[in-house]
Structures are given as structure tokens and as C-alpha cells.
Design a protein around this ligand. Structure first.
Ligand code: ZN
Length: 370
């Protein structure tokens, strides 16, 4: 296990490869981002939007933006409406355990930006069962959230024949992942690093997960999307993606508020992933699997955007990475109907013993960051 020499990304994260200078993919992509002609990219996007608007009818939406009440989706909806002058349908696949800030931020986004919003609430028993199985089998409960989000939004695009779906950043590009990007297309989203072509069919049963309950978990076939020329893009390909700047813009245009009580444990950001309560444990599980502590995300982001030095980041990582996200732990247990003992029995199955050592009864990374 080694860490990037410029940021604090470990090479144990899937897809991360350090080059001969010890730089991770994401840092190499920052160099590419700096060399990009962003004015041209913006014009490419405006041109794409003009082409779409010429084809859509007077009473039709031009694009979908998937929203959650988070800073990035608020920024996306604002950008597409105000900069690209598109008729936006915001689509929210509603999280089951929302925070007060998440609810208020979504309401403010709808009011302040003035966009029509369609919300889909998934059948709780099916969603709960799938999340629990995904936790037990993959150590990744939020796989279900991502699947239903990407598939569900594609369903809406197909049902209403809305030509463009706008996603935020390409995670593979921004955070260093498996896929190299050549254009702004998001057609690969179902094979992106969060889905990897996996499906939920392995968990079908005759009770909670009958096939007919899973409409929102399956994207329409590509041939169907192609037939109606339905496409999708990553906005992060066309505008420099920076979560902090998105946060500031969301604050300015849609009264976005950060987490009232400050950052969650092991975190340095009070504005990231604050709309619901179940994702933080999912993120923490990556610490067991890859040694990728929650604090690393925020520190890397600040380094990539010139707001933090590596030295400062290393200090933060050392100080915070072993904290457990206790704040929503009970909610996580209750939602998945797990006891603490059951939770830890599952979680420990995913601890990577190649990178963890137990000393004096405490688990510590065998290769700490320096
Ligand atoms: Zn790096």
C-alpha cells in the first residue's frame, strides 16, 4: 500500500495506479484539467443544447437533472436552466432516511430555481431487503441506491422521451478510477465504477424482490434509448468540476445550507453527502476494504483544487481517519433491521487483512500515511 506523492490517495483504491513519479490517476487528470480549453468545452455544451432545443417541441422538457438536495445536483439544475437555458425536469429518486438539511435544501432548490420536480419513492420493503443483501454480500449497501438512481432516471427519460440526461462529475475521471474518458458521454454510467455491470437479479426471491417490484432498478435496453436518441452527459466534462465551488454556487442561488452540526466524524466537509443518513457507513466500509478513510476524500479534493498542501492533509488524515461515523449508525442499524453484533460480523468480513494489523486490541493500517 502506497500513497500518491501529491495528494493522499492510496493505491489500494480500485483503479488507482501510481506512475513513475508516484502520482495517482486523479492527480494526472488535474494536470489534464488545467490544460483543457474550458471556454471551448462550454461552447460545445451550449451548441449541444441548441441542437436539442431545436428538436424538442414547445411543451417538452429539454433535459433531466437527477437531484437529491445535494450541492452538486443543485448546481447542475441551476447551470442547465440559467446558463444553458434548457427546460429542466428535476428527478429525485427519494432517499429513505433524509436529513433535515437534505429536505430543506431540496425544497429550496425547487423554489429558488423554479424547476418542475418529479419524485419517485421506492417500495420500502424491496429497497430495504436489497440494501441489506448488498451490505452482506458486497459490503456495499449503496450499490442499490446507485443502481436505482441511474436506472430510474433512465426510465423517466425513456417514458417521457426527454433527449438529454445530465449527470454531475465522472467519478472515474475526477477521483481516479478504471475508465479513461474521451468525451462527455455518460452512456457508460451503468458500467461506471459504482455499478461495474452488476445487477440485482442475484437477489430475486418470491417475496420481497419479485421481478415485478424491480422496474426502477433496471435501465431500459440501450437499443430502446438509441431508438429515441436519448443521450446523457457528464456536466463535469464541460465545466471545471469542483465540489466546493458547486457548494458556494448552491448557497448563492438556492439557499443551500451546510450540516448544522458541522462535519460528521472522520470528515472535514460540512456540505458533502449531507442529504441523507445511510451513505456514510457505505463510505466507511471502503476504509476496511481499501484503507480509504473518509477524510481522504475531502483532503484530496482540496489538494487537487489548490486549497490544501499535502503536509496539511497528512495531518488531517492521521488525526481523523480512525473515527467511526457514529452519528447515523443507529439509523443504519434500524433501517436494515440489524443488531450491532450482526453489523460488525458482516463488516469485519470485508476488512482487508493485507493492509490491516491488530495491535493491542486495536485495528490499525499496516502502512500508515507519511
Ligand atoms: Zn494524487
Amino acid at each position: 500500500m502506497k500513497y500518491c506523492s501529491r495528494c493522499v490517495m492510496p493505491d489500494t483504491k480500485p483503479g488507482v495506479i501510481l506512475d513513475e513519479n508516484g502520482l495517482c490517476n486523479a492527480c494526472r487528470n488535474v494536470t489534464r484539467k488545467k490544460a483543457t480549453d474550458w471556454e471551448k468545452r462550454k461552447n460545445d455544451l451550449l451548441e449541444l443544447c441548441e441542437t436539442i432545443k431545436k428538436k424538442t417541441k414547445d411543451n417538452q422538457y429539454d433535459c433531466i437533472v437527477a437531484v437529491s438536495g445535494g450541492k452538486d445536483s443543485t448546481f447542475q439544475a441551476w447551470y442547465m436552466k440559467e446558463i444553458c437555458k434548457m427546460r429542466v425536469l428535476a428527478v429525485c429518486i427519494v432517499p429513505h432516511l433524509r436529513t433535515r438539511e437534505g429536505i430543506e435544501n431540496l425544497n429550496n432548490m425547487i423554489t429558488e430555481l423554479g424547476v418542475d420536480t418529479l419524485t419517485i419513492t421506492l417500495k420500502p420493503s424491496t429497497y430495504r431487503y436489497l440494501r441489506k443483501k448488498s451490505f452482506e454480500d458486497l459490503g456495499e449497501p449503496n450499490f442499490i441506491e446507485h443502481t436505482s438512481l441511474f436506472a430510474g432516471v433512465s426510465r423517466i427519460a425513456h417514458n417521457y422521451k426527454i433527449p438529454l440526461t445530465v449527470w454531475g462529475e465522472d467519478i472515474s475521471f475526477e477521483f481516479g478510477g478504471r475508465l479513461e474518458k474521451k468525451d462527455g458521454s455518460a452512456e457508460d454510467i451503468m458500467s461506471s465504477d459504482v455499478i461495474k455491470d452488476r445487477t440485482i437479479t442475484r437477489w430475486y426471491n418470491d417475496d420481497t424482490v419479485k421481478k415485478e417490484y424491480t422496474y426502477w432498478y433496471h435501465r431500459p435496453p440501450s437499443a430502446e434509448m438509441d431508438k429515441f436518441k436519448l443521450t446523457s452527459i457528464y456536466l463535469g466534462y464541460y465545466v471545471w468540476w469542483d465540489g466546493y465551488k458547486n457548494y458556494l454556487k448552491a448557497k448563492e442561488v438556492a439557499k443551500f445550507q451546510p450540516r448544522a452540526k458541522g462535519p460528521l466524524s472522520a470528515n472535514i466537509l460540512d456540505y458533502d453527502n449531507i442529504d441523507e443518513k445511510l451513505c456514510e457507513i457505505n463510505i466507511w466500509l471502503k476504509f476496511l476494504k481499501f484503507g480509504l478513510g473518509r477524510v481522504i476524500d475531502g483532503c484530496c479534493y482540496h489538494i487537487w483544487n489548490g486549497r490544501m498542501t499535502r503536509e496539511e492533509a497528512v495531518k488531517k488524515v492521521k488525526a481523523l481517519q480512525y473515527e467511526f461515523p457514529i452519528e447515523h449508525f443507529q439509523d443504519f442499524l434500524d433501517f436494515h433491521q440489524l443488531t450491532q453484533e450482526e453489523f460488525w460480523a458482516v463488516a469485519e468480513k470485508f476488512r482487508n487483512l493485507d493492509i490491516w494489523t491488530k495491535t493491542d486490541g486495536r485495528w490499525r493500517l499496516t502502512y500508515p500515511i507519511e
